[in-house]
Design a protein around this ligand. Structure first.
Ligand SMILES: C[S@@+](CC[C@H](N)C(=O)[O-])C[C@H]1O[C@@H](n2cnc3c(N)ncnc32)[C@H](O)[C@@H]1O
Length: 199
């Protein structure tokens, strides 16, 4: 099965690949987190469950009108009042989220070779001090089920270098078996972040 031009499979197939609870637990997206932005919300696969656990608001940005429509529909179905959906090309024009206003940025299945510097810089711009950037992507080493052809993801060491260049500290890397890899970065000194202080 090929990925669509969006870099995604059809919604059911896509969502079957993700154990959202496990991913959030590993990347510490939980009720201690207040304001969140997801750059590239897609079907809302992570937007909706994130809105259900965080203690504040989530801003979901995507430039594809169909993704915006689907995510908005799910928000209504779940009667969520803490999600703002923005249709916007955050590579061309930025996310429109205020400087230093967010605690957590989700870069889930969105990094590629053309956009990474802009995305990490945008993430840093919108984060408050000690805010976190979580990256989720396909693990290129994983054995995909027969017939699946997922576009190659940037290597984790490459992502760490991009984040470092944007001025973000590396916190940790997680093998989210069977198919994914997660990374967390912080705006500020890694040694003083909540991860290392046990919050
Ligand atoms: C592979 S999907 C991932 C969606 C979601 N983060 C997930 O993991 O389920 C990438 C999404 O990013 C959106 N996207 C890609 N480039 C974008 C851009 N420059 N501005 C806004 N959205 C973008 C696409 O429309 C698509 O919905």
């Amino acid at each position: 099965m090929d990925v669509h031009e969006r870099g995604m499979l059809d919604q059911d197939t896509w969502e079957n690949f993700f154990d959202v609870k496990k991913i959030f637990a590993m990347l510490k997206l939980n009720n201690r987190v207040h304001d969140v932005v997801e750059l590239g919300c897609g079907y809302g696969t992570f937007t909706i469950p994130a809105a259900e656990i965080i203690s504040g608001k989530i801003v979901a940005v995507d430039n594809d009108p169909e993704m915006i429509r689907l995510t908005s529909e799910r928000i209504q179905q779940h009667r969520l009042e803490n999600v703002e959906v923005i249709q916007r090309d955050f590579i061309a024009t930025g996310s429109s989220v205020k400087n230093r206003s967010m605690e957590y940025v989700m870069l889930f299945n969105i990094l590629n070779a053309d956009n990474q510097q802009i995305l990490f810089k945008e993430a840093k711009r919108v984060l408050k001090k000690w805010g976190q950037v979580a990256v989720l992507q396909w693990n290129n080493e994983a054995d995909m089920p027969d017939g699946f052809d997922i576009a190659e993801s940037p290597r984790p060491e490459q992502c760490r270098e991009w984040a470092r260049a944007a001025g973000l500290g590396f916190v940790g890397q997680f093998d989210i078996k069977p198919y994914h890899c997660g990374m967390v970065f912080v705006k500020g000194n890694t040694l003083k972040s909540s991860w290392t202080m046990g919050k």
